[in-house]
Design a protein around this ligand. Structure first.
Ligand SMILES: Cc1cc2nc3c(=O)[nH]c(=O)nc-3n(C[C@H](O)[C@H](O)[C@H](O)COP(=O)(O)OP(=O)(O)OC[C@H]3O[C@@H](n4cnc5c(N)ncnc54)[C@H](O)[C@@H]3O)c2cc1C
Length: 563
């Protein structure tokens, strides 16, 4: 069953759930009129459905391969990439000063969702470029911007992010790659990076690597990391790719999924690079790219979940067992309703995060920046958790055929598996939420809960069966947040994952209520009732886990785990 980009669903979420009209009402995004949004989403959906979706299976079966030191992508990837770049999609949210379209992230994130649903392996490639554009716009010198941004924006050149090393995964403070000054303003980059997505390929004539490395006199740990732009080919004075730089792909990883996305071991042996941002300020600069990518990865979960749902739904409508097609059995109906309700919740959270980032950029207001920062780890972790859960449920709906590769149900689960791990594991996202994102004394969280409670209050008369449980849940979450703020770091960390999930549960119910209010008596209202009745109550168990603290967790000793 072919994938269809959910254009109408995104329109509904933009118009009725996450307040896109406020984004379009700002001076910065005044051109994002409803007609324009409609045109962008429709055209993007057509492209993803017709051009990218057919590459999903081919990409899985052929995979990218390393031949004579160069990565070759599967059949069809080059043409699709060229068409996508020509359509301006790489730099859709980039600054028009460097050739971008300047579109709000609310729209480009929606386009990314379509792309991920159509072909996740491919979708990872533009995501890297989009993130690098944002990092360079914020931190690069004018010379680097003038040289790189137009070429990245047009898609002529590709982009990567190089953080991870064998001994430095979550703990980037342990990285060892060196950056020695060449005396002419450039640096010689030496070291090995692993797991670099799209570290090499045949889609673009040059690749711009952003690499974290240490200056000779750098302090130890994460305060001694700088960021460098290291091109595969050193640009000539006219900007065309020149001499080969001293870097190479050593090997490609053999992975569970995402076969078409080349995951490279990279060797830098004195490669020429230029610093981006301040000496020893590399991690802060890289975070610009990582924050963008975190929302992007959450949206990978939503895209794959949507594709797996469509695939499972089609099967359930056709597969007969016993007296009827399986969609008519309560347990199969439960599975499909769960998938749909979860996708709506995760999509709304990701889109609300994108809208908050747009408002932050358009208004410069600290409250929007705090809202975006609060929602980012929730969008990343919940989006990818739901991507995994929905893909697994899809296999269950397919029955035995779900584990037979030909049906395609298993590929969704294999491809999305890594999303809870890369861009900061979901455990680390949760620790970010209960740590750094609460450093304001919980102000941003409480402000959001105020809005949730106000919306529930306003809906009490018309939809008491939805509004009352939501109000109660928000209040329970508020009390748990107050409790959390008084706990030491170890207790917060031990309860971080259940806390993040409880937060997402409440937000999901909030957005479902908005949908029900916008379309009373419709399928949306029935799905909201299903979510609030069946999924929202989970928050109580999750918050009980939080309040249990770290002691019972750490009381299970390392020896107990061995016994
Ligand atoms: C397919 C793929 C593509 C990737 N693409 C890129 C890329 O393009 N660029 C790039 O730089 N990297 C990339 N990565 C690397 C990825 O970001 C790392 O794998 C990830 O950050 C986790 O690091 P690690 O694998 O070393 O796991 P570890 O850091 O060893 O973590 C193992 C487990 O321990 C937990 N843990 C670790 N430290 C703590 C702590 N302090 N507190 C609590 N729990 C902790 C983690 O949550 C995790 O569950 C990619 C990885 C894969 C598999």
């Amino acid at each position: 069953m072919p994938y269809r980009s959910p254009v109408d669903e995104i329109r509904f979420v933009l118009d009725h759930v996450v307040g896109f009209d406020a984004v379009a009402g700002t001076g910065k995004f005044a051109e994002a009129t409803p007609d324009m949004a409609e045109a962008i989403l429709t055209e993007a959906g057509r492209f993803m459905d017709q051009v990218l979706a057919p590459l999903q299976r081919i990409g899985d079966q052929q995979g990218s391969v390393l031949e004579n030191g160069v990565v070759r992508t599967p059949d069809g990837f080059r043409d699709a990439y060229a068409e996508m770049a020509a359509g301006g999609w790489m730099g859709a949210s980039a600054d028009p000063e460097h050739g971008g379209m300047g579109l709000p992230l609310s729209l480009t994130n929606a386009v990314n969702e379509f792309m991920n649903g159509a072909c996740l392996s491919f979708g990872l490639k533009p995501l890297m470029t989009q993130g690098q554009i944002e990092a360079l716009e914020a931190h690069a010198s004018d010379e680097l911007k003038a040289l790189y941004l137009p070429r990245l924006t047009s898609g002529e050149w590709g982009a990567t992010m190089n953080l991870t090393e064998p001994q430095a995964g979550t703990d980037l403070g342990a990285l060892r790659t060196r950056a020695d000054p060449n005396g002419d303003g450039s640096h010689a980059i030496t070291g090995q990076k692993i797991y670099i997505s799209w570290g090499d390929h045949d889609l673009t004539e040059n690749i711009s690597h952003l690499v974290l490395a240490r200056l000779p006199d750098a302090p130890a740990g994460s305060k001694g990391i700088s960021l460098f732009l290291v091109p595969k080919f050193l640009p000539n004075p006219d900007g065309t790719p020149g001499a080969r730089n001293d870097l190479r792909v050593v090997s490609l990883e053999h992975k569970l999924g995402l076969h078409a996305s080349p995951t490279c071991v990279m060797d830098y042996s004195g490669a020429t690079g230029w610093m981006v941002g301040q000496p020893n300020g590399g991690l802060a600069a890289m975070f610009t790219m990582m924050n963008n990518a975190r929302l992007g990865v959450g949206t990978q979960g939503v895209g794959v979940a949507e594709a797996a749902y469509q695939h499972a739904l089609a099967h359930a409508q056709e597969r007969r067992q016993g007296r009827s097609v399986i969609i008519d059995y309560p347990d199969v109906r439960r599975m499909l309703a769960t998938m749909k309700a979860e996708i709506f919740a995760a999509r709304s959270i990701c889109m609300a995060c994108a809208a908050a980032i747009d408002m932050q950029h358009a208004t410069g207001e600290a409250d929007w920046a705090a809202r975006a920062a609060l929602l980012t780890p929730i969008a990343k972790a919940f989006g990818t958790d739901i991507g995994n859960e929905v893909a697994q449920t899809g296999i269950q709906v397919w029955g035995g055929m779900g584990v037979i590769e030909e049906t395609g149900a298993a590929q969704f689960a294999r491809d999305i598996r890594v999303s809870t791990i890369y861009e900061g594991t979901n455990g680390i996202q949760a620790m970010d939420l209960v740590g750094r994102k609460m450093a304001d004394g919980g102000e941003a969280a409480f402000r959001l809960l105020d809005e949730v409670e106000a919306a529930a209050e306003a809906a009490r008369g018309r939809a008491p069966d939805l509004a009352e449980p939501l109000w109660q849940a928000a209040e329970t979450l508020r009390e748990a947040t107050e409790w959390l703020l008084g706990q030491p770091a170890e207790d917060r960390d031990a309860g971080a994952v259940p806390y993040l999930r409880a937060f997402a549960r409440v937000l999901g119910a909030h957005y479902h209520l908005a949908a029900a209010q916008a379309a009373p008596g419709s399928g949306r209202a029935r799905l909201a009732r299903f979510y609030i009745g069946r999924m929202l109550p989970e928050h109580q168990g999750l918050l009980a886990q939080l309040r249990d603290g770290a002691a019972p967790v750490m009381a299970v000793t390392a020896n107990d785990l061995e016994a």
